[in-house]
Every structure is written in structure tokens, then in C-alpha cells.
Design a binder for this molecule. Structure first.
Ligand SMILES: [Zn+2]
Length: 285
């Protein structure tokens, strides 16, 4: 049995602050990488204890090079490298195919605008105020579940704060949730240490694999054609995004794009977002 893991970082054990998430944070960032890698290894260990033989870990945070590869569990391989549209057109998901049996999300966070959500955002907080699939507002949990769902891969386990667990259960149903911290606000949470969370993550992964074997999880499927609606933060971003072929500006800061499947539509959405993200209007807003 093979697992496909998407690894973000905000929801990992003990992480509450930007210093732990960006290289500019220095030692705090490297501490964050260690905490994230610990969570990933615990999930792999739990899955392996139930017969999983292979886990592809797709990095999904910032520069997408946060996992400490020298500490990675031997059953894991990690997909590292930037989410540039030309090489990784689905942002946090790459090199996925239908050979994977179950998806797991580690270090995940709640979607942009979640009241009291820890470090909540959707794909790129500098650009995206709100993102919807066929009119339903979503975050990275449903986005990545829809992409894997198009390949027939169900999500069995989601790991992050209790705010994320609420979102995951609302979007995906009775998925296994491993709660790494109790969230009190955007940059504040009650955090148990790894000595507490790692055994819990191991057991949650083992339980998810057992439940998967019993047929508990269905792929998250979005019927096509699919419309993605993106509300951006500024007029300047809207003006730039509409230059990407396939985008329509339907309100001042609201744009839409379409695809025959969720994967096609989300890929186009990511292209438009990264066009804005990497080329901000500099001298004229
Ligand atoms: Zn992230």
C-alpha cells in the first residue's frame, strides 16, 4: 500500500509563529523544520506499522524545501522544489498518480478568513483573500483533496490544529484527524510537545490505514466543469491576474477561471495567482 502525503508546516507540532516558518527566522526556522520532520516521520511510522510500504511526501510550504531529508524515515521519499507553475502546476501536489491508495495531510492549517484560525490562509496570503470551487469557499484541505480525488485517491488523515480538524470534517466528512494543538487565535495556541504529539500522530496514521482497509474513505470528487473564483487583496492584483489567459474579472477584486475538472481549473487558478505573486506592481498601486 502506498501513501501520498502533502506536508505544509503551519499545523506541525509547536508551530505558532512566522519565525518558525521562514528562513529569515534563523534558528527558530530550523527548529520548525525539525518539528515538521518529526510529525512526518511519526505518520510514516504509524502507516508502516499497518503495512504501508511507500510514502511520497510532497512539500507544500513556502520554498517547499523544509523537510530535513537526512532525518526522513526510510519508507519516505520527498518531493522538494518550488511551486512554479511550469514545473509544479498544482502548487502543493506534484508527481501524484493513481497508484497511491490514500492521501494524508500533515502540518496543515485552516483556510483564509477562518475566525480565530491559526496562521490561516489559502495558498498565498499576499494575494488570496478568498477562493471558491463551484461557489463553495475552500482552503488547502479541500483544494488538495479535490486534486487527489480526481485521481481516485481518498484522504484518510489530516494533521494540524483543532481549527483545521473542524474544517477537514466539514469538507471531507469523517476523516481521521490528528490534533497537534488547541488554537486560540491567529498566532496563539496551546501546544503539547513532540513527546505527546508523536505517539498520537503514529496511532492516528495507523488507525487511518486500518479504516482505509475497511473502505471508510471516499475520494473527494468535484463534478466538472469547474469554476474557481478568486478574490484578491487589491485592485492592482486583479488588473494583473486578468492578464493570465482564461481569467475573467467579474468584480473589482474578484476573478474567475474554468476547467473541465477540478485539477484543470485549480491549475489555471494557481497559474494566475503566481503570476501576481511573483510580479507585484512595484511603483504604481
Ligand atoms: Zn504553509
Amino acid at each position: 500500500m502506498k501513501l501520498y502525503m502533502v506536508a505544509d508546516m503551519e499545523g506541525a507540532t509547536g508551530i505558532t509563529h512566522r519565525d518558525q516558518l521562514m528562513e529569515t527566522g534563523g534558528k527558530r526556522y530550523w527548529d520548525g523544520c525539525k518539528l515538521l520532520t518529526g510529525d512526518i516521520n511519526a505518520v510514516i511510522e504509524g502507516a508502516v506499522s499497518e503495512g504501508v510500504t511507500e510514502v511520497l511526501v510532497s512539500e507544500g510550504h513556502a520554498n517547499m524545501r523544509n523537510v530535513l531529508v537526512d532525518e526522513l524515515h526510510p519508507a519516505g521519499r520527498v518531493l522538494r522544489g518550488p511551486a512554479r507553475w511550469d514545473v509544479k502546476p498544482l502548487c502543493q501536489v506534484g508527481a501524484a498518480d493513481a497508484s497511491y491508495d490514500m492521501g494524508v495531510f500533515v502540518g496543515f492549517h485552516s483556510r483564509a478568513g477562518t475566525p480565530g484560525g491559526l496562521l490561516c490562509h489559502t495558498w498565498a496570503s499576499a494575494v488570496v483573500h478568498k477562493l471558491s470551487i463551484n461557489g463553495v469557499e475552500v482552503g488547502e484541505t479541500a483544494i488538495n483533496a479535490a486534486i487527489l480525488g480526481d485521481l481516485g485517491i481518498p484522504i484518510g488523515l489530516v494533521c494540524g490544529g483543532d481549527d483545521l480538524a473542524r474544517e477537514a470534517r466539514s469538507d471531507l466528512g469523517e476523516v481521521e484527524c490528528a490534533i497537534t494543538k488547541d488554537v486560540l487565535g491567529f498566532d496563539i495556541a496551546v501546544c503539547p510537545g513532540p513527546k505527546k504529539t508523536l505517539p498520537m500522530l503514529r496511532e492516528a496514521a495507523a488507525q487511518a490505514v486500518r479504516r482505509h482497509r475497511e473502505g471508510a474513505f471516499e475520494p473527494y470528487r468535484v463534478e466538472g466543469p469547474v469554476t474557481i473564483t478568486v478574490e484578491v487583496l487589491s485592485d492592482a492584483q486583479a488588473r494583473r491576474m486578468v492578464l493570465t489567459e482564461g481569467f475573467e474579472r467579474v468584480e473589482r477584486r474578484v476573478l474567475t477561471c474554468r476547467g473541465e475538472s477540478a485539477t484543470a481549473a485549480l491549475s489555471l487558478a494557481w497559474r494566475g495567482i503566481q503570476e501576481v505573486f511573483h510580479k507585484p506592481d512595484s511603483w504604481l498601486q
